[in-house]
Design a protein around this ligand. Sequence first.
Ligand code: NAD
Length: 484
Amino acid sequence: MTEHLNHFIEGTGCEASDGRRIPLVDPVTEQVYGSCARGTADDVDRAVNAAHHQLEQGAWSQLDGAQRARLLLKLADLVERDTELLADMDANAIGRSPIEPRRMDVPNALANLRAAAGWANQLEGRTIPSGGYFGTKTLSYTVREPVGVVGAIVPWNSPLMITVWKLAALLAAGCTVVIKPSEETPQSALHLAALAREAGFPDGVINVVTGYGAEVGRALCEHPHIAKISFTGSPEAGREIQRTAGVLFKHVALELGGKSPQIVFDDASFEDALRGCTLGLFANQGQICAAGSRILVQRGIADRFAAALADAAQAVKVGDPREPGVQMGPVAKKAQFDRVNRYIQLGIDQGATLLAGGVSTPERGWFVRPTIFANANNDMAIARDEIFGPVGTVITFDSEEEAVALANDSTYGLAATVWTTDLVRAHRVAGAVKVGAVGVNCWSPLDANLPWGGVKTSGIGREGGFGGALAYTEEKVITVLLPK
Ligand code: NAD
C-alpha cells in the first residue's frame, strides 16, 4: 500500500506549499512505500498562526482545566481504541516488532494522557506574604498561565510515546502546539492529531507539519509566535536548536542522547542482571536514548557475565519483525546502519574483544547483528559515543569507587542502572552517579508520574510527572494594593 501523508493544519490535511514530498523507505525491504509532505516555512507559519489564534482567542482559550481534562480523557480512550493501529504505524516505520510498542509505548502514552488530565485542574498559583507597598498593605498571588504556542520536535525511535510526553503535558497546561515528527515516522503523530479532532479538541490546537529538521524544525525555532521549543533528539541538533531559539529568548527543553551505564556488582542476582542488561541493550534494536550500552561488571563475575551476554546476543532471532518468532528487526535507516557498523569496526580496531555479532553485510534490509564487546576500556569510542544500535560494551571494574568513577566519566548523564543485592550500596551508588534517572535492579523504568530527562550532554529540563506540566506554564505574580 502506498501511503500519501500530508500536514494536519487547523483540522485539515494539506500538501506542502510548494508541493514537494519526502519518500518513506521500509527498513526491511529498502523499498519506498509512500511519502510525506516536505514542509516549508510557509506551512509552519500557517500552522503556528492557527495555534496562536486558538491560544489567544479561539474556543480553546475559553476552556478551564476541567474541560481540558475531559478532552484529554476522551483522547486517551481513542488512543486505547486504536492501540494496534498506532503500534503498527510506529513499528512498521522503523522496522521494529509491533509487540514492543503494543506493550510499552502505547500503554505509556495512555498513562501520560490520563495523568495529564489530572494535572490540568491542579495548576495552582500561590499566595505570597509580601512587605507592602510604601507603607500600604498588599495582597500578592501568582497564577499559572500557559507558556504559549509550543514547537514539539520529535525523533523517530519512539514517535508516539515521545509525542505524547510533550502533548499531554502542554495540553494540560492550556498551550497549543505545532508538532514536527521525524521525517521517517510521521504516521502516528498525524493519526494522533486526527484522534484529537475526533475527541473534540478545537481545530488549530494540535497541528502537525511534516518535513526535515533543517527546514520545518528551523522555521519553528525562528517563528516569533513560538514561545517554547520542546525537543527530543540528538545533541548535535539540540545544540543548533538552542542557538537558534535561545537568541530569540524562547524556552528550550532538550531531551538528548545517552551512554548509560549498567553497573553490575558481584553480589547481584546474575540472572536478573543478565535479563535487564539484555533488554537494555537490544530493546528497539538498541535505538533507545536510555539504552544501557556501557556494561560495567565487577571483576569476579566479568568474564562469565560477558560470555552470558554474548550467548544472549547470539540467541536473538533477527529478521522481518512482522514474522512470528522474530525478536529483532533492522535498524531504522541507512545512515543508522552505516553508523552502527562504523562503530563496530572501531571497536575491533581499538582492541576490544568481539564476543558476538560484528560488522553486518545483509543482502537486503538494514539488519545489524546484536553485538557484544568485552575487555573494553572507557576511553574507546564504543564506550564514549552513543551508537544507537544493538551494541554492548563490557568494561571491568574492581571497587565501588571505580565503578562510580567510570559511570561518571562520560559526557552524557541520562540514566544508570545499579545491579546489587546490597541495599545500602544501591542507595549510595544511586546517589553518586551523575544522571537524571537511576534504576536499582531494573532497567529504565518509565512512568507517567516520574520525571524524565538528563544532565550534561543528555539535555536540559524534565518531561513527565506534574513538573512536566508546570514546565509548560509561566508563573505570573499579581499584587493588589489594599489601602484602609
Ligand atoms: P535528530 O536530532 O537527528 O532528529 C530529531 C528531530 O529533530 C527530527 O524530527 C529532526 O527532523 C529534527 N531536527 C534535526 N535537526 C534539526 C535542526 N537543526 N533544527 C530543528 N530540528 C531538527 O535525532 P534522531 O536521529 O531522530 O533521534 C536519535 C537521537 O534522539 C538520539 O541521540 C537519542 O538518544 C535521542 N533521544 C533522546 C530521548 C530522551 O528522552 N532523552 C528519547 C529518544 C531519543
